[in-house]
Structure formats: structure tokens, C-alpha cells
Design a binder for this molecule. Structure first.
Ligand code: FAD
Length: 730
């Protein structure tokens, strides 16, 4: 972490530090950039009570427009780095889990957000939003000047006066200021040139710069000014002359003034130099197959959408409440999640439906989103953010927006599977549009999407058309972004699906390549079908429930928002190891292509759990009372839940007065048993799985039976022969 100034030694040290730390930081900026990289532990201490003003960009590394904007922001910071005693430029990556709470404290709801903090600002709310029209450095520079001028009592001590000079001030200037030179820049009222040169020269000693407005007739006449802008150099011996420059421009003036004899750079040292090193943990690449959809991406999208994006609003009102209700309703209805995740979505949906009025404080919603209210069957959504299919080659590529698209496509396709007469074809698209408009942090992405939606979404007439509409609009976005800096070089933005994924989707008519929409629809239905969703790297549900209950007991937790997120190099908590693929879940067609590691433990576990489920269902049907020691069978990653009415089983348990506490107790016992059992297996010391040991016991039993059988057979035969007359006897 370093603060800029063009000092060659400082720059060298920075480069050296960057080289020593090795890996590039997770965000869009690096320590070599001429700006301050702020984070949770340096943001407030730098920006608040500072003797200089601050201009801070709050960005999210996954946000396409932040990626576009980064070069402008970097160039702006380089352009005004000489102004640093008066105004500093900083950046905060709000996608980094460590910074999320702080960004919330600063009221950040979308990205990129630019905030100006006057010198000696007292609280995060004191920041003023700066609107950045287009990508113009000049506009941003001028906006900084306008904001600097708004300081009243708390003028940054190092900042020279920016207001126009009066005749009186110029007349007595050398009596009151101990400098050799005074540069007067004559300009019109709307020109920023004089103020820019004043700030450019603020670190230089023995020279001062003042702007004089064209309306200051006495001075204009005295110096014979005929054109605006133009500039005059006054020397403390009473002489003056026009500054000889080829062009009346900022860089020409500053170049001339810095080379005047006796003008030197002052000994300015930054008042605050945040020196916390940037934490970077390179995320190991997870092997992913482009023909598959990964549940880890989908669950990460759910977590990020509901617990991070929505959490940016301390109170949800009006349109946002409606958008959230619609979005969660669609998720609860169509998301083909694991049972506990489905329960989670249903419980949030139920809660939202019961909300009266159009105002929800996030603190209330948070209790439901973190499942700290016991409102039904066990419901958990992991708070890990793990990108598998959406993992980019760099931390700022892909991730959340990729997973959000995947989630949206999945929902539109799921709606085609559940179609009923009278289903609103816009149900999913409308909910998605509302979510993007109200919550999607990349605000310019949201605007673009809204433009497309307003243009043609209402023409959609069926659920099939809805799935195709989203597919074609996504391809439009892909075409717009192809080749830009948001494109991950290892995942080029293609017109999707490419022929290698779906050959029949492409056809040629009159030598032109066209889409076969019927084939595309068929492909979308297969690609985004539950059978093509893989569980690699998801956290097992049972582990989630147990961890959550343990954390709640220990008081550790806040089932914290975003804990374990990988973005920005933060540590992942809990089950950090990859979940081996389970053979139960694999699509039979794709199975041969899958890695040949098979998790026998999880297979046997699933097998027995699914048996237990069925047994529980049969027992329940027979009306057998479940005792307090009965456990609720758990599903980890199995399709068998479709055959078993999980919610009904829960309801039966609830009617008998058993709640999720018993369930969690039972789960812990279950986990304890598992641990005890695995202890025995570990004692064998050779790493056999439970299935291996079971097979050994069965084989042992069978071979004993076989030996016994042989023994009995020969014994009987001997006896039989002994009884016969021809049998030779001794
Ligand atoms: P993505 O485009 O995110 O695609 C994710 C996955 O979906 C792909 O890996 C592929 O498997 C599948 N897929 C790709 N195309 C299709 C398709 N046509 N139909 C079905 N599935 C497909 N970024 C910007 O810079 N500017 C924007 O204006 C912008 N607008 C956005 C609007 C929305 C609503 C969203 C969700 C994101 C937007 N983004 C925007 C982000 C951008 O579209 C990408 O999501 C991001 O750059 C990551 O790209 P990716 O390579 O991971 O693939």
C-alpha cells in the first residue's frame, strides 16, 4: 500500500514491494498505481478527519463498468497526483468480503460510486456523491475543483486559494507573501485553467498562482490583456511580462513555472500513508466442464444476491420491496435446489409474503436470511462464495455476474418445465428485471439491461419465448462486450451456445449462419436442466446445519454475510476442501467423461441415508410414533428427495412436538456417530472406506459359511460311506 507523489525513490520502493509480494492483488488496482488502495482497516482512518480532501471510488471487482472505468480513474489519479496535499484519490473494492460492511457504512448501493470527502469530514455519511458524466478525466477534474471550493470553514490547509483574485489582493501581494513570483492567469468565469494550474503548482515553493476573471477590468487594462486565457508573470522586483508559451494550456504553464530560477519542489510528505499490505490469497483453479452447470455457482449467486446485494439497503421501500418479493417467490417456486436450500427459499418467501406495508428494515430481513428465526423445517443456504463454472482466470473476471446470468437462465428454463395453463409468461423475466433494476450493483449494466427489457420484453407470449428472449438478449450483451477489457481472455465472449456445445443450433441459410431457435430451445432445456447441475465443491447440507447450530451455540456467530468468500483473496471458512463428485448425482450420459475419482464414502452415506429416508416414510405411513431419539434422515446430494416428501416428514415431526432443536441435536449425534465410526476406521490405519469394510465383513462371513458348508458336506459323505458294505474298513 503506498501513497503516490512522483518521488523516484518512493516509486522504486513501491515497485520493489509489488515485486516482492508476488501475486497481483485481487482488485482492479495495484500498489503501482498512483492512488491509495483503501480497505476496511484504512478507509475510515484515512478519509475521516484528514487534513486533505478525498475522492474515493467504491467499486466491485466483478462489475464490468468498474473494469471499464478503472483506466479512467487511474489516469485521473496520475493527472492530479501533484494535488495530493489538498486532495487524495483512493479506491475500495467492495466485492472483497472484508470491505463489505465498511462499504455498507459508507452507504454504497451500486458500483462504481465516487464520493468526495471534504477535509476534516467527521462521518461516512459526509461523503458527497460525484456523478461522472462519461469517462472524461477533464469532467472529473473539474468536479473535484467544484467540490474543493465548497469547503467553508474547513479549507484543507495545504490547498491554495482558488477564488478569483481582486485588484487589492494583487496590489499588496508581495508585501503579504514571501515569494519571488506571482503568475496571473486571466480567464473567463467558466474556465478551470487558473485553478488547475494553481493546484498543479501547490507543491512548488517561491511561486504563487492566481486566477483573474475577464470581468476584473482594472487588472485587464493594467496588464493589457486582450485574449482569454492568457498569463502574466509578476516578479517581486516590480517587473512583469507575458508568459511565453506556445499554447495557452495547463501543461505549458506548469512546465514554464516549474523551471523558473529559484522555484523548487517543497518537502511535502503525505499526512496519512496507509501501510496495511494488501492481502492476496491466490485461489487455486477448480477444474470445470463448460458443458455443465455447477450448484456451487448457483448457491453462491443466491447468497450474494440476497445477503450482499440486498443488504446494501438498510431499509427496503416501495419498488424494492416488490422486486424482492417477486424475485424470492420465483426462486422458491423454480429453483431446483438441495432440500435445505429449497426450504430456505420457501421460508424467506413465506416471511416476505406476510410482510404488510411497503417498508422492510434490512435488520428484520437479515434474521430470516441468516435463518436465525426458527420458522419451519431446517433451512440453510451456505455463505460460501465458490465459483466453479464461473471462476475467472483472474479474480476480477466472471464470478457473480456470470452466476447471476446462469441463475436467470435456469429459472426461465425451469418455468417451461412447470408450465400450467394461465402461467404468466413474464413471471420469471419480470422478477429478474425487477431484481436487476433494484439491486444489481453494476448500475450501468442494470441500465443497459433495462433498455433491452423496455424495448421488447412485453412481446414475450409464452414461457418458451421467455427462455429464448433471455438467451438472445444475453447474446447481445456478449456481442457488445466481446473484445473489451471485461472479457476474460480464457473465456472469450461468444455467441452462445458455440457449435461444439450445440451443433444443431447453428444452420446455414443462403451462406449465412443463422440460429435454429427450436434446437436452441431444446438445448437450453437440456443444459439448464436439474440433471445437468453438478454438486462439486458445494458444502454438504448436514455439515452446514451442524456448523450453523454450533456457531449459534458458541455465540460466534453471526451467520455472517459473505463469510468465506473467495473474491478478493479472503479466506474460505468451513469445508475448504473440494467436495469429490458423487456418483449418485452424475448425469449417466456424462458419467464416462467425469473424473474417475469416486467418493465411495459419500456414495455409501447417500445410499444409506436414502434408505433411511424411505424407512422413515414407511414407518410414518404405518403411523408409528417417532421417539425423541429418532433422527430426521438427511439428504446430502441425492435425487431421492424427489421420491420422499421431506416437508411432510418435517410436518409430522413438528406435530409430535419435535422441533429443529431436536433435529439439530439428532444431527449432532449423527455427526458424533459418524466421527466415532470414522475413528474406528481410522484405527485400521489404511484409509478404508466404510463400504470397503462392510464388503470385507460380508466376504469374511460368506467364506466362513462356505468353509462350514464344505466341512459339513465332507463329514456327511464320510459318514455315509462308512455305513456302506463296500466301504473298506480297517
Ligand atoms: P457471462 O456472459 O456472464 O455468461 C455466463 C455463462 O452463461 C457462460 O459461461 C455461459 O455458460 C452461459 N451463457 C453465455 N451466453 C449465454 C446465452 N446467450 N444464453 C444462455 N447462456 C449463456 N457487463 C458489462 O460490462 N456491461 C454490461 O452492460 C453488462 N450488463 C449485464 C447485465 C446483466 C443482467 C448481467 C447479469 C450481467 C451484465 N454484465 C455486463 C456482465 C457480463 O454480461 C458478464 O456476466 C461478465 O462479463 C462475466 O462474463 P462471463 O464470461 O463469465 O460470461
Amino acid at each position: 500500500m503506498a501513497r503516490r507523489r512522483c518521488h523516484p525513490h518512493a516509486l522504486l520502493l513501491l515497485l520493489l514491494a509489488a515485486a516482492l509480494t508476488g501475486a497481483p492483488p485481487g482488485g482492479l488496482y495495484s500498489p503501482g498505481d498512483p492512488l491509495v488502495l483503501l480497505q476496511v482497516d484504512t478507509l475510515e482512518s484515512s478519509v475521516l478527519n484528514s487534513s486533505s480532501a478525498w475522492l474515493v471510488e467504491f467499486y466491485a471487482s466483478w462489475c464490468g463498468h468498474c473494469v471499464h472505468f478503472a483506466s479512467t480513474w487511474r489516469a485521473l489519479a496520475a493527472d492530479i497526483q501533484e494535488w495530493s496535499p489538498a486532495v487524495n484519490v483512493g479506491v475500495v473494492d467492495c466485492a472483497d468480503i472484508a470491505n463489505q460492511k465498511t462499504c455498507g457504512k459508507f452507504g454504497i448501493t451500486g458500483f462504481p460510486t465516487l464520493k468526495f470527502f471534504k477535509a476534516f469530514s467527521k462521518s461516512p455519511e459526509d461523503g458527497t456523491k460525484i456523478f461522472h458524466p462519461g469517462d472524461s478525466i477533464q469532467n472529473l477534474r473539474q468536479s473535484i475543483i467544484t467540490n474543493l471550493e465548497m469547503h467553508k470553514e474547513t479549507w484543507p490547509p495545504a490547498c491554495p486559494p482558488l477564488e478569483p483574485a481582486s485588484v487589492e489582493e494583487i496590489r499588496g501581494f508581495f508585501q503579504t507573501n514571501n515569494v519571488t513570483y506571482l503568475a496571473l492567469i486571466f480567464e473567463t468565469n467558466d474556465s478551470f485553467l487558473g485553478r488547475e494550474v494553481t493546484l498543479d503548482m501547490l507543491q512548488y515553493e517561491n511561486v504563487a498562482v492566481r486566477r483573474v476573471l475577464s470581468s476584473e477590468e482594472e487588472l485587464v487594462k493594467k496588464y493589457g490583456v486582450t485574449a482569454f486565457p492568457s498569463s502574466f508573470l509578476l516578479i517581486n522586483n516590480g517587473t512583469f511580462s507575458r508568459i511565453p508559451v506556445q499554447m495557452e494550456a495547463r501543461s505549458f504553464y506548469t512546465h514554464f513555472l516549474r523551471r523558473l530560477p529559484g522555484v523548487t519542489r517543497g518537502p511535502y510528505t503525505p499526512t496519512r500513508a496507509p501501510d496495511t499490505p494488501i492481502k492476496t490469497t491466490p485461489t487455486p483453479r477448480k477444474p470445470a466442464d463448460r458443458s455443465k452447470v455447477y450448484m456451487a455457482d448457483l448457491e453462491s449467486a443466491l447468497h450474494y444476491a440476497l445477503r450482499v446485494e440486498v443488504a446494501r439497503f438498510s431499509v427496503l421501500t416501495g419498488e424494492r420491496v416488490r422486486a424482492l418479493k417477486d424475485f424470492v417467490a420465483v426462486l422458491a417456486k423454480y429453483f431446483p435446489g438441495r432440500p435445505f436450500v429449497q426450504n430456505f427459499l420457501r421460508s424467506v418467501d413465506r416471511w416476505l409474503r406476510n410482510v404488510r406495508g411497503s417498508r422492510i428494515p434490512y435488520s428484520a430481513l437479515k434474521l430470516v436470511l441468516t435463518n436465525r428465526k426458527e420458522v419451519g423445517p431446517p433451512a440453510v443456504l451456505s455463505n460460501n462464495v465458490t465459483w466453479v463454472g464461473c471462476q475467472g482466470s483472474e479474480p476480477h473476471f466472471r464470478g457473480y455476474p456470470c452466476s447471476l446470468w446462469t441463475l436467470f437462465h435456469l429459472l426461465t428454463v425451469q418455468a417451461t418445465r412447470h408450465r400450467r395453463l394461465g402461467t404468466d409468461p413474464l413471471e420469471v423475466l419480470g422478477a429478474m428485471r425487477g431484481y436487476v433494476q433494484s439491486f444489481f450493483g453494476c448500475r450501468e449494466c442494470a441500465q443497459h439491461f433495462e433498455g433491452m427489457a423496455a424495448e421488447s420484453m412485453d412481446k414475450v407470449r409464452s414461457v418458451d419465448e421467455a427462455a429464448l428472449w433471455l438467451w438472445s438478449r444475453h447474446n447481445r450483451v456478449n456481442a457488445r462486450l466481446a473484445g473489451t477489457e471485461t472479457e476474460d481472455p480464457q473465456f472469450p465472449k461468444l455467441q452462445w451456445p458455440p457449435p461444439e456445445l450445440c451443433h444443431p443450433c447453428h444452420s446455414v441459410v443462403k451462406r449465412r449462419q443463422v440460429w435454429d431457435e427450436a434446437a436452441v430451445l431444446q438445448f437450453l432445456k437440456a443444459y439448464f436442466s436439474p440433471i445437468n447441475i453438478f454438486l462439486n465443491y458445494t458444502e454438504p447440507e448436514m455439515a452446514l446445519v451442524v456448523r450453523r447450530s454450533r456457531e449459534a451455540k458458541e455465540g460466534a456467530g453471526e451467520w455472517a454475510m459473505g463469510v468465506g468468500m473467495e473474491v478478493g483473496g479472503s479466506e474460505r471458512r468451513g469445508f475448504s476442501g473440494p467436495r469429490k463428485p458423487s456418483i449418485v448425482r452424475m448425469n449417466p450420459k456424462m458419467q464416462e467423461l467425469e473424473e474417475d475419482i469416486v467418493d465411495l464414502d459419500s456414495f455409501s452415506e447417500l445410499h444409506y441415508k436414502s434408505k433411511a429416508l424411505k424407512a422413515a416414510a414407511v414407518a410414518a405411513n404405518k403411523g408409528r410414533q417417532l421417539s425423541k431419539r429418532d433422527t430426521i434422515p438427511l439428504l446430502l446430494a441425492d435425487d431421492s428427495h424427489q421420491a420422499f416428501d421431506y416437508a411432510a416428514a418435517w410436518e409430522r415431526l413438528r406435530r409430535r412436538g419435535l422441533g429443529s432443536k431436536q433435529l439439530i441435536g439428532a444431527l449432532e449425534e449423527d455427526e458424533g456417530d459418524t466421527l466415532r465410526r470414522s475413528h474406528w476406521f481410522r484405527m485400521l490405519g489404511v484409509g478404508f472406506s466404510r463400504l470397503d469394510v462392510s464388503l470385507c465383513i460380508i466376504l469374511y462371513f460368506l467364506s466362513s459359511m462356505c468353509l462350514l458348508g464344505m466341512y459339513t458336506f465332507f463329514r456327511m459323505r464320510t459318514r455315509h460311506r462308512k455305513g456302506r458294505p463296500s466301504f473298506p474298513t480297517a
